[in-house]
Design a protein. Structure first.
Length: 116
């Protein structure tokens, strides 16, 4: 059974930083693609950033230059370093993983709140 365990959310002040982590386990296949999405109340879930097994990254325009996605392929872990946080970054952040069998999975979500 595939499990995605997220950690690192919480409260930050505007201009502050947080680092999210997501550890995947339980699949016999290798990970091909990992990423982070977020969802605010009343809005659709949106892509924040993703990274392929080869290291190619992609970012939403709203977070370019502020957020950095990285992964540890040996540990099946993806990270999201969030700097210069803004109140509009407040959302539930979800980890997403796609394995070599083309199945994709979501984490349970972690709340990020940016407020003074």
């Amino acid at each position: 059974q595939v499990r995605l365990v997220e950690s690192g959310g919480g409260l930050a002040q505007p201009g502050g930083s947080l680092r999210l982590s997501c550890v995947a386990s339980g699949s016999a296949y290798s990970i091909h693609h990992m990423g982070w999405y977020r969802q605010s109340p009343g809005k659709q879930r949106e892509l924040v950033a993703d990274i392929t097994a080869g290291g190619t990254t992609n970012y939403a325009d709203s977070v370019k230059g502020r957020f950095t996605i990285s992964s540890d392929n040996l540990e099946d872990t993806v990270y999201l370093q969030m700097n210069s946080l803004k109140p509009e970054d407040t959302a539930v952040y979800y980890c997403w993983v796609r394995y070599g069998d083309e199945r994709a999975y979501w984490g349970q979500g972690t709340q990020v709140t940016v407020s003074s």
